[in-house]
Ligand binder design. Structure first.
Ligand code: NAP
Length: 470
């Protein structure tokens, strides 16, 4: 998403020498890699689109994954971007030689670039759980982001480990298709009952005929999303957050009839602390007769299934690890060597950081989209990438204008930003008593802790005093 965006915007700005490196044999990022049953986006379709490429054809209020993938493929081809992509070329090494970036790829290809934009995504590297015996399992086992579609599911005994957004969508899509469904829950989740109605043919025809309608719809969705959710989570005391809590609690009370199951599904932390789950059918699915919520701790995996701490063996044919992602990787494992031999892996040794989440001191002309500590948890990543790109383009224009040859954030400005960010994070709902992928190893949210308005203001114009221009 961010790579296609960058190429489109660079070309629009008149940059003709643009190459996109892609490790896979086709584009699509997260929507190419995540193909599990039930995959959809929890940002409304008409908001989860580039502002410059509205899509009148969205089938549902929240689009299914394959449709989103098709949208990106369509936009890339419409703008001629697929012609710029070097597929099957994983960037392995980036070294700044004092004037340019020297790049090496998995095919042995070398290239040089004045500017590098890392549009490598966030939820990218599957996290495999630290559970003994995974290799002993005799059935089929795979991560949710590596779904093996050759494995038959009909009548099979399926186990899913995890209760994040991925596991909840898989549960909603699979329980009525499989023989038995075992959901291994370590931590319950708050779930909002957001419906996903189809968009009618008549509405799609209206959008096709009047682009302004889609622009208005996007604006309205954006305003609603920001007010009801995005700005709420960064203020743990906000009334909007209390309303979300109320709605999630009512959903649990209304939808789950068995008191024992209801208590097992009831989180002990506040709604929004972990990524809030939206699902029209999770509670229905987990109450089907062939579904079982397992809350006993997993002891180990054995050839025949999952053994829980109470000694029970849950016999399975398929085990799905919906256990999330390593969220501190960003452009790594690319070996990135900046000014004077500084290695990104070394300076990010404890945890990744970046000034305003877009540039790193000592790495001139290297720009990050959806980089460390950005607004990952509360905004549409498309809007985030668009705002970040508009900001970066202003820096790139300084290079084109000859005002400098190299630009990178100063260490002072980066340290100041980090200190302010850590302080502001104390007010967010993410630190109100849960464990989640938003938190770094210190328990501090690795995310933008302010409002979306503040993000847009920060991205409006670079503060050049915070940069080192060479
Ligand atoms: P996730 O939110 O990180 O969830 C991972 C799950 O695995 C958690 O329930 C976690 O339990 C569990 N887990 C991890 N290790 C375990 C272990 N050793 N034993 C037992 N359970 C274990 O991952 P995800 O569901 O893939 O979602 C990641 C993010 O991707 C989401 O937050 C969202 O931002 C994005 N996403 C979005 C959508 C959407 O748009 N609808 C769909 C999928 C993903 P604990 O909670 O106890 O840690």
């Amino acid at each position: 998403m961010a790579g296609i965006l960058s190429a489109i915007k660079l070309r629009e700005a008149g940059y003709t020498d643009v190459t996109v490196y892609e490790k896979a044999d086709r584009l699509g990022g997260t929507w190419r890699e995540n193909t599990y049953p039930g995959i959809a986006c929890d940002v409304p379709s008409h908001l989860y689109t580039y502002t410059f490429a509205p899509n009148p054809e969205w089938s549902h209020a929240f689009a299914p994954g394959p449709e989103i993938l098709a949208y990106f493929q369509n936009v890339a081809s419409r703008y001629g971007i697929d012609q710029l992509i070097r597929y099957g070329n994983e960037v392995r090494r980036l070294e700044h030689d004092g004037s340019r970036w020297c790049l090496e790829t998995s095919t042995g290809e070398r290239d040089e670039a004045d500017v590098v934009i890392a549009a490598t995504g966030v939820l990218h590297h599957p996290r495999y759980p630290d559970i003994g015996g995974l290799d002993d399992f005799a059935g089929n086992i795979f991560h949710s982001a590596r779904w093996d579609h050759s494995v038959p599911l009909e009548d099979a005994r399926i186990g899913v480990i995890g209760t994040g957004s991925s596991a909840v969508q898989i549960t909603g899509a699979l329980t009525d298709r499989v023989g038995e469904f075992h959901l291994f829950q370590r931590t319950p989740q708050w779930v909002l009952p957001v419906d996903n109605p189809p968009i009618s043919d008549a509405d799609r025809a209206r959008y096709r005929a009047d682009r302004g309608l889609m622009t208005k719809l996007r604006t309205d969705l954006n305003t609603g999303f920001i007010q009801s959710f995005a700005n709420a989570v960064v203020d743990a005391d906000s009334p909007a957050l209390q309303m979300l809590q109320k709605a999630a609690r009512a959903n649990l009370e209304d939808k789950v009839s068995d008191p024992g199951l209801r208590e097992k599904l009831r989180p002990e932390y506040r709604a929004g602390c972990k990524r809030l789950i939206i699902s029209p059918n999770f509670y229905d699915a987990i109450q089907r007769p062939n579904a079982r919520l397992v809350t006993e701790r997993i002891d180990r995996v054995e050839a025949d299934g999952v053994r829980t701490a109470d000694g029970e063996l849950h016999r399975l044919d398929v085990l799905v690890l919906a256990t999330g992602f390593r969220v501190d990787r960003f452009l790594r494992p690319i070996e990135v060597i900046g000014r004077n031999g500084v290695r990104l892996d070394d300076i990010w040794g404890q945890r990744p950081f970046a000034y305003l989440s877009v540039t790193v001191p000592d790495f001139p002309n290297l720009f990050l989209l959806n980089g460390p500590n950005g607004p990952v948890g509360n905004f549409s990543l498309i809007d985030v990438a668009e705002a970040q790109f508009a900001y970066l383009l202003q820096l790139i224009e300084l290079l084109r204008g000859g005002e400098c040859r190299q630009i990178s954030a100063s260490r002072d400005a980066t340290a100041r930003f980090e200190a302010q960010r850590v302080e502001a994070a104390k007010k967010t709902v993410w630190v109100t008593g849960c464990h989640s992928w938003y938190l770094d190893e210190r328990g501090i949210p690795a995310a933008w802790p302010w409002s979306f308005t503040r993000f847009e203001e920060a991205m409006a114009r670079p503060e050049l005093a915070d940069y080192l221009l060479v």
